[in-house]
Design a protein around this ligand. Structure first.
Ligand code: FAD
Length: 483
């Protein structure tokens, strides 16, 4: 028997054994399915050669329908020392689901049972494979909502949103996914199914649920999520304000927040990116930045917050453009066509890098990063979003038209490395909400410093055989490492 045939026989017998151990799981080892589950929307994976794809395809894709199924797969994997990588809906953009060949992909899309609404407490418990958009529809029909609106709402699973510590466009008022999670059902690497404490808040030690928020499948597999929900908004007001430059726009945002006002959406587009919304609104951009604001909830409160916010922006030089630019933003907020178009060419890349930083450097970082990446990117611009009293996030968008695969990839990597390094040098965080995945794992030592040891020890304690998503989160990096 040649070596390839021997490997196939080994894989076949392993899969047969898994079928016996976890009889309700649907196991698919067709090449087509394995390839489809080998990657997410990380642009690098879209350009993989056959050989690169082959190096990353799972042995099989295991579709589960319950926490018990997940538990059985994990006990089997532990006994056979086979890595397992959870796959939510594959909308991640940093290679979170990417791993070295020889692992089992656990496809969670079958965890899609009906969400249970607890009307009395305003909470919903939802199986983790349900897509964000589907949950929102169900909640809306019951007069409720989860005001967590990532651009990928229709593409991402609830479990994936929790596992990546995601952020939605209404975060300035309502917070990010971690602010909605009240409890999780998680299957640990040893197969144990746990349910975390559930109450509006508690002071009974560190939150166990929050330890899994953002763990990207390395500490456990989230099988159900309980979230706070809110009644539907009875009013939503959108607005656009133009400024001469990024600095005045940021100053206005800070003053609005410092006044205790809470716009649900605050987005400041630099001159280059703002052009697109100005054009669609029929407004002459005149090389100005654009602040998009939204106020939502109770009509009287939303109207008052808008009026007060506009007084502040006007006093700081902002020109009130009325509701049109905000409404255009609202209508197009789920459209990410630029990503598909920018990545369509064989050697072309389009990507977004989101980072977080304090007010002390928020303005400077914009120019520093864009200037530093300009030799490598054919086009780049940025907007600010997700503001806090102490800072905010910047979303750098860049495009590369490569001469060949090597040229395109090396420029893509340069843009990422420069951005990560510049942000760290200025005391920011290398990711605001897309997570670590492959793209950022080598930067985790510099991001966390000594405290990465705490996460690594947690990983070691929960998963001593390194079964779940091995090689991720910078756990395998040396203490002195970091690009
Ligand atoms: C067009 C576009 C727009 C986007 N906009 C936003 C945005 O506005 N805000 C934002 O935060 N993100 C955004 N994203 C990124 C992406 O949608 C999020 O990262 C999302 O949370 C991923 O969810 P998923 O179900 O697709 O997870 P996947 O991509 O399948 O997995 C992501 C990671 O989580 C792990 N994982 C998935 N499910 C589980 C689980 N149940 N238990 C444990 N680990 C799990 C995976 O192993 C992987 O490491 C965008 C992506 C695209 C393509």
């Amino acid at each position: 028997m040649n070596s390839q045939a021997a490997v196939k026989t080994d894989t076949d017998s392993l899969i047969n054994a898994l079928r016996k151990h976890a009889p309700r799981c649907v196991i698919d080892s067709s090449l087509e399915t394995r390839k489809a589950r080998a990657h997410d929307r990380w642009p690098i994976a879209a350009k993989w050669s056959e050989e690169e794809m082959n190096n990353h395809t799972p042995l099989a894709v295991v579709r589960v329908g319950s926490a018990r199924d997940v538990s059985q797969v994990l006990t089997f994997a532990g006994a056979h020392h086979i890595p397992v990588v959870p796959f939510g809906a594959g909308s991640g953009v940093v290679g979170g689901v990417v791993n070295q060949r020889g692992y089992l992909c656990i496809d969670l899309s079958g965890l899609n049972g009906k969400p249970e609404l607890d009307a009395e407490n305003g909470e919903v418990t939802v199986p983790s494979g349900v897509l964000g958009g589907d949950l929102e529809k169900i909640l809306n029909e019951a007069g409720r909502r989860l005001p967590h609106y990532p651009q990928s709402l229709a593409l991402a699973s609830i479990g994936g949103l929790v596992a990546t510590r995601s952020s939605g466009t209404f975060s300035s008022k309502y917070g990010n996914i971690e602010n909605f999670v009240t409890s999780l059902e998680v299957v640990l690497p040893d197969g144990a199914i746990i349910h975390t404490q559930r109450s509006p808040r508690s002071s009974t030690g560190p939150s166990v649920a929050q330890m899994f928020v953002g763990s990207e499948g390395t500490l456990g597999i989230i099988t159900a999520v309980t979230l706070r929900t809110l009644p539907l908004a009875t009013s939503q007001l959108f607005r656009g304000v133009a400024f001469e430059g990024v600095g005045p726009g940021l100053n206005a945002v800070r003053q609005v927040l410092d006044s205790g006002l809470m716009p649900a959406v605050i987005r400041l587009y630099d001159e280059k990116e703002a052009v697109h919304i100005f054009e669609k609104s029929g407004i002459e951009p005149a090389h100005r930045t654009l602040l998009v604001l939204a106020f939502d909830g109770n009509p009287a409160v939303a109207a008052a917050e808008q009026a007060e916010s506009l007084k502040i922006t006007a006093a700081l030089g902002g020109e009130d453009l009325g509701s049109k630019p905000g409404e255009i933003w609202e209508k197009t907020r789920y459209d990410a066509g630029w990503l598909d178009r920018g990545n369509a060419g064989e050697f072309d890349f389009a990507d977004a890098i989101e980072i977080a930083a304090g007010w002390h450097t928020l303005e400077a970082l914009h120019d520093k990063v864009l200037n530093a990446i300009s030799p490598y990117a054919d086009n780049a611009f940025a907007h600010y979003s997700h503001f806090y009293s102490n800072g905010g996030a910047i979303y750098f968008i860049f495009f590369i038209v490569g001469k060949n695969k090597q040229d395109a990839e090396s420029r893509f990597n340069q843009v990422w490395d420069i951005t990560m390094r510049t942000v760290l040098e200025h005391g920011g965080s290398i990711s605001h909400h897309h997570g670590v995945g492959e793209a950022r794992k080598h930067w985790m030592v510099r991001e966390h410093g000594d405290s990465l040891r705490v996460l690594a020890k947690l990983k070691q304690a929960l998963d001593p055989r390194a079964i779940l998503s091995p090689g991720k989160m910078g756990f395998d990096e040396q203490p002195e490492a970091g690009k």
